[in-house]
Write a protein of this length. Structure first.
Length: 394
């Protein structure tokens, strides 16, 4: 097996990005709405944003480490990491985001049949569809295995009844990957992982208004929803194995919220006028800036090290809990720092210059309060770490 020439990949990626990445998408401060997640219900911020996505899609860079026959670029994980590094180096937003790419796709790659892979993966990598995650329920949050949404067998279909909650972007999604109960007599071994077309009759989506004024989360209700059994990923009653695999990936994704590539605070301090106003001479502020940058650098190193150990087959499921816990804390601290850097402007709720949909620092600060909860609460992660790494009693 040949070893990839990462220096050559980096040089090629750097040159291509310099030529094809417009200035308007080289902005780490763009909010969640600017991170295109696929499908017809997720708009681009401008024509240059669309051009950037299409250029990357055609090159296989929306999912560079997926096989070409599935819509990817055919790169190794190490080569894909170099491509992402080069995008972060110029503050370019990723061309495609969302749970379709980060969760549904990896689950299908790992557990799906060849028929399911060839049917669903290209539509994810091409941005044809937007996906949402149907896991949590009103009575099944931290105890996810207690879910009650029922899928009754009926010939070649399941008939689903029940509900999901905190379903991010369900109101814009074309498909859901979700967990349903196919055997009520057992807990974990009675769950199936299913792909659900959100246009199926009997599905109702109700947005939940959040504290920052947005409605990213939703309730989803199923009433006699008919889904083909051909949409199962893995096997019937083996969905818990898929869910455990995905929960680790979700924690890794949340951990990346705290990664320094999303926002270099020192550069942001310069842009926010601290240098001109002299506030940067405050020794306490300088110390907090330095601590935030060091923490993000350390998280970046940990993400890379754990990725290498995973590729070498030495992974531990608890590593993702460490990353998720640390990344959540760092993300919250950085959101706090941005508000501090902006001073009175950091309290601005709506910007008269950027329109009502512009996410302000205050909105981002409020959203940061949810990060230690989503993907599994910090308390749950600490319990996992204490048992799996520190060998403490339950």
């Amino acid at each position: 097996m040949s070893v990839p020439d990462l220096d050559a990949v980096r040089a090629e990626a750097r040159g291509w990005i310099a030529e094809h990445c417009p200035a308007s998408v080289r902005n780490p401060l763009l909010g969640e709405e600017a991170r295109y997640q696929g499908g017809p219900n997720f708009p681009f911020t401008n024509d240059e944003h669309r051009q950037w996505f299409e250029a990357c899609r055609d090159r296989g860079w929306t999912a560079p480490d997926w096989a070409r026959e599935y819509g990817g670029g055919g790169y190794s994980p190490a080569e894909a990491a170099v491509i992402w590094d080069e995008m972060r180096r110029v503050d370019a937003i990723r061309p495609l985001n969302g749970t379709g790419l980060s969760m549904a796709g990896p689950a299908i790659l790992q557990f799906g049949s060849e028929e399911v892979k060839r049917r669903f993966l290209p539509m994810i990598a091409s941005g044809e569809t937007c996906w949402c995650q149907g896991f949590s329920e009103p009575d099944a949050g931290s105890d996810l295995a207690g879910l009650k949404t029922r899928a009754m067998s009926d010939g070649d279909d399941y008939i689903i009844n029940g509900s999901k909650i905190w379903t991010t972007f369900a109101h814009r999604s074309d498909w859901m990957f979700g967990l349903v109960r196919t055997d009520p007599s057992v807990k974990q071994r009675g769950i199936t992982f299913l792909l659900i077309d959100m246009k199926t009759p009997g599905i109702e989506v109700r947005p939940i208004r959040m504290i920052n004024g947005h409605s990213v989360f939703n309730e989803v209700f199923f009433t006699d929803v008919r889904v083909p059994k051909a949409n199962v990923v893995g096997a019937e009653n083996h969905g818990w194995s898929v869910a455990k695999y995905l929960m680790e990936r979700e924690r890794d994704t949340v951990a990346e919220f705290g990664f320094s590539g999303d926002l270099e605070l020192v550069d942001y301090a310069r842009k926010s006028g601290l240098w001109q106003e002299g506030r940067i001479t405050d020794p306490q502020l300088r110390l907090e800036l330095a601590e935030a940058e060091v923490d993000s650098w350390a998280l970046d190193c940990s993400l890379r090290r754990f990725a290498e150990e995973k590729e070498a087959g030495r992974e531990s499921g608890a590593y993702s809990s460490v990353l998720k816990y640390c990344g959540s804390r760092i993300y919250a601290a950085r959101a706090e720092m941005v508000v501090t850097l902006l001073g009175a402007e950091g309290l601005e709720w709506r910007s008269v210059h950027d329109g009502d949909d512009k996410e302000t620092a205050a909105m981002a600060w409020l959203l940061a309060k949810a990060v230690p909860i989503l993907g599994g609460t910090s308390e749950i992660q600490l319990n996992i770490i204490s048992r799996a790494i520190l060998n403490l009693p339950s």
